[in-house]
Ligand binder design. Structure first.
Ligand code: PLP
Length: 218
């Protein structure tokens, strides 16, 4: 078994049965994605539209592409034809442009609203009150289907803090899930997905635990 296949199997062994794994392959070469694909992985997460589009052209067509990064509205047209789910919808301008571009290609694009749950100011997302106020307007975007919420916990060693951030998001999710018809709560990364699963994650986004550490230096 290759290193990727082994790491993937190891991660899968620790997942609850009902939890979907999005393998976060950002910055990684397609050879590594192919190895994960051969091991049965179909859901891949990327955070740059161009990189995702380039990879989608060379990977098999049954891959489900998840856009997990901050969305720039001028890039939406490049992913509208093929993206499976957009996790990081954090402002109404993105909803509007997703709707417009989805309509052009005759699709309904699934997405998640990203809620700001971390202490850090740098993480994107709606506040709770902003989220409450946008929900009644979602019907204005018929080519967008909001399936639930996404969040990122603080980057901290403090497990209690991570747990309380995830639990807060879970409670918010639960309070709207039935009326909104939601079924997706995307929380948890390599360092905190075990806690996220305890807090009700339906999707975890795991990168480095599968593909190894990322190297951002050119
Ligand atoms: C990079 C990234 C991940 C995966 O992070 P790892 O720590 O490598 O598992 C998950 N979610 C988002 C939004 C990311 O940008």
């Amino acid at each position: 078994m290759t290193h990727i296949k082994l790491a993937l199997a190891t991660v899968r062994n620790t997942l609850k049965e009902s939890v979907e794994l999005v393998a976060v392959s950002k910055t990684k070469p397609v050879e590594l994605l192919h190895e994960a694909y051969e091991a049965g992985q179909r859901d891949f997460g990327e955070n740059k539209v161009q990189e995702m589009a380039a990879k989608s052209e060379v990977m098999p067509s049954d891959v489900r592409w998840h856009m997990i990064g901050h969305v720039q509205t001028n890039k939406i047209k490049y992913m509208a034809p093929f993206v499976h789910m957009v996790h990081g919808v954090d402002r109404e301008k993105v909803l509007k442009e997703l709707d417009k571009q989805a309509k052009k290609v005759d699709r309904v694009i699934h997405c998640l609203l990203q809620v700001h749950i971390a202490q850090e100011e740098t993480k994107f997302g709606w506040s709770v009150s902003e989220l409450q106020s946008v929900l009644p307007r979602l019907s204005a975007y018929p080519n967008v289907s909001v399936c639930g919420l996404m969040g990122m916990a603080s980057n901290t060693e403090d497990q209690n803090q991570i747990r309380s951030e995830f639990m807060g998001l879970k409670a918010l999710y639960e309070s709207h899930a039935i009326t909104q018809g939601w079924d997706t709560l995307s929380i948890g990364m390599s360092g905190d997905y075990t806690i996220a699963m305890e807090c009700g994650a339906t999707h975890v986004r795991i990168g480095s635990a599968i593909f190894g550490a990322r190297n951002y230096t050119p």
